[in-house]
Design a protein around this ligand. Structure first.
Ligand code: DGL
Length: 262
């Protein structure tokens, strides 16, 4: 008897979010879907993202019967969360940029948002800023190359390569004079340590893991356990063909068996 928690991202970005929840819960089993056939999301149009996400989430639900799904992708959440809630009856937890906590801790009221092209330009993000950070200046930076780098190379790259790839982002935020940077793309959580080093100790770096994890926990408390099919923690992709060879070893790092394609 356990509760099945689904996680969804365009690739490996959602794994640090899954890791957080796994650490803070008992009695759950985890299923992760990487939308590998359509990576990346951040440079696609709104209709493209909506249709990809709605379709693959439908297959995920049909195949894994999750009790709850964490859309562990800011781009998918700010673009398609409303649609998913209209279309499917199971509870969803979205991952959106941590604008509210950033506004609360920023002393200079100057925040950086480091996210995908789609997330920085989406109306949902503008509304979050207007609602929770109206007294702050929000400087936005997107660079698709960084998302692709993380997806393909993060576990094999040397520290100086990681430093090189994030330096344009760090330089931009320093120039803007921000004191808090939001990692508004789940892929960027992997860059946290190096990014902090490059930014220096006067700039805080935050993400949404804790807020999202706590929201998932409170929803899970209201869900009754059911007999799942005993598959255990699994990692799936939507296309094996497009799967970089390292996906299998990455999934095992997070304690997930590789379940192939759904
Ligand atoms: N990891 C995703 C996010 O949080 C999207 C990366 C992409 O596919 O462009 O936005």
């Amino acid at each position: 008897m356990s509760k099945v928690v689904g996680f969804y991202d365009s690739g490996i970005g959602g794994l640090p979010y899954l890791e957080w929840l796994k650490k803070h819960t008992t009695g759950c089993s985890f299923r992760y879907l990487a939308e590998s056939a359509h990576f990346p999301f951040g440079t696609k149009t709104e209709p493209e993202i909506k249709s990809i996400v709605a379709e693959s989430i439908g297959r995920f639900i049909e195949s894994e019967h999750p009790d709850l799904i964490v859309i562990a992708c800011n781009t998918a959440s700010v673009t398609a969360l409303e649609l998913l809630r209209q279309k499917y009856s199971i509870p969803f937890v979205g991952v959106v940029p941590a604008i509210k906590p950033a506004a609360a801790i920023s002393r200079k009221k100057s925040i950086g948002l480091f996210a995908t092209n789609k997330t920085v330009s989406q109306l949902y993000t503008k509304n979050l800023i207007d609602t929770f950070a109206s007294g702050c200046t929000v400087s936005k930076f997107a660079m698709p190359e960084i998302v692709a780098f993380v997806e393909k190379n993060i576990f094999t790259a040397a520290e100086d390569e990681i430093t090189r790839i994030i330096t344009p982002a760090a330089d931009f935020f320093k120039k803007q004079g921000v004191d808090t940077v939001i990692l508004g793309c789940t892929h960027f959580v992997y860059l946290e340590d190096t990014f902090k080093k490059v930014l220096g100790s006067t700039i805080s770096v935050i993400d949404s893991r804790e807020g999202v994890g706590n929201r998932a926990i409170s929803l899970l408390e209201k869900i009754k356990s059911h007999a799942d099919d005993g598959k255990g923690d699994m990692f799936f992709v939507t296309s094996i063909e497009k799967m970089p060879g390292n996906y299998k070893s990455i999934s095992s790092r997070y304690g997930l068996s590789f379940g192939g394609e759904i």
